[in-house]
Design a protein around this ligand. Sequence first.
Ligand SMILES: *[C@@H]1O[C@H](CO)[C@@H](O)[C@H](O)[C@H]1NC(C)=O
Ligand SMILES: *[C@@H]1O[C@H](CO)[C@@H](O)[C@H](O)[C@H]1NC(C)=O
Length: 534
Amino acid sequence: MPSDKIRKKISEETMAILAPSLLSPLFVVLLASTNCRGFEIKEATVDGIQQAFKEGSLTSRRLVEYYLDQIQTLNPLLHAVIEVNPDAVPQADRADEERLSGRHPGGGLHGIPILLKDNIATRDQLNTTAGSLALLGSVVPRDAGVVRRLRQAGAVILGKASLGEWGNFRSHRIPSGWSARGGQGRNPYALSKYPCGSSTGSAIAVAANMVAVTLGTETDGSIICAAAHDSVVGIKPTMGLTSRAGVIPISPTMDTIGPLCRTVSDGVHVLEAIVGYDSRDADATLAASSYIPQGGYRQFLRLEGLKGKRLGILRKGFFEFPKGSIYQEVFEEHFNAMRKAGAILIDNLEINNASIIRDAKKSGEKAVMLAEFKLYLNVYLSELSNSPVRSLADVIAFNNEHSAEERIADFGQSILLEAQNTNGIGPVERNAIAKMTRLSLEGLERLMMEKQLDAIVTPGASASSVLAIGGYPGISVPAGYGTNGVPFGICFGGLKGSEPKLIEIAYAFEQATTVRKPPSFKPGTSAFQPLKEW
Ligand SMILES: *[C@@H]1O[C@H](CO)[C@@H](O)[C@H](O)[C@H]1NC(C)=O
Ligand SMILES: *[C@@H]1O[C@H](CO)[C@@H](O)[C@H](O)[C@H]1NC(C)=O
């Protein structure tokens, strides 16, 4: 339904309810009792939480206890969280003490609970396993680079979020959102539908108010698709803007770490805390550090952020919906909203070689992923302080030995086996990397330059490979809800380092359309049904 109409309807209804009661004593009583209950944590934003900390109507401890309670209640249904941190309450107490004593000014992520996708290493009581039983009990040598920054910012590590096991890189037959340790993650908006991923647990948990903010990772689509299908905001940063050190890899050519949050502003708070140079991911983070704007990213949360922006709509192969479908209707409405907000839409654009780019075999992406996965997973495993497995070969053997728990008969491990057959970066892989670079230069870069675009606009995760093979950033914002109840998103993508522009566009779009609503857990059938790809 067009969002303007929804908003109008809601405000009319609200007025109808409020108008008579404005003068009545009942209204005053209701208002007073709302104040007594204090701060409403459900759907709270980072800014709202910080304000409540400041006013003394909320503590980090109360926030952590609320979320732990939510996890206990909802996780048996949603399977979003693998582990909660036994240190979360003490960390919250420390943050409260620092703020109240004046030793820390507060603000940013200080005292804010965050869930980390289970492929992001923490050197604490939490395990880091990519959802696999093979890594249970492994001990990491140190926190991941992004975790070190989160702790410096004073964030509370609430626990580990589930994911598609091994970041969806074990087998094509593994259902989206399944891991041996986490079970089957469910879409909180339509329980019989998949959450899309692989950053599924992060998206589900933050959508269902089981945490304030989360981190996910993306190689090709894992943040953008999870954000779109679970009605949250996902920021996939430029490759190298955020350190990959201490994150279980797939492909360092493409891997990136980024937030999944309920609002663009929350995502920007998280992004700002985790970007920057890391000597353990030196080349990529040094190259990308020149993109970090002086004064950080929050200055780009501008209501008029769409004004004058040139947005390229990729229709062919991307915005292709049956005529009269809800998707077509809603996106046309959004395009109008963007025009009204001052954006210049350049329609019906095509990207050179789009069909090659979107076919991982033809673009070279698959060859690069397979070879890099083996190479860099083996490095990750060899650096662990302690581990039951030390190589990809060990992981494959573990899965065969624990085939019942890892459901090898049902799902297999074909991608792991394919990766094991590779032999480092040889001529084939070098050619593949060169091809990806050429496709990006002749594709997105040329289009952006020729049409002088600030961003491209695509539905769902349909542009994920365009963004993946060039290391480009993208932001997914909730765009609507299908007739089947499954949310869908709109993705703004751009050239390397264009986060400031993308944030302006995404924030202004979000504020103009206000699509996101929290899920309400209507029971669905238990059989899972496949999702549309985009
Ligand atoms: C980590 O895994 C071990 C099993 O190896 C388990 O005993 C422990 O409880 C796990 N940690 C958390 C925080 O769940
Ligand atoms: C991509 O498209 C351009 C222009 O259409 C063409 O010249 C080029 O050969 C194509 N590149 C690849 C790798 O196929």
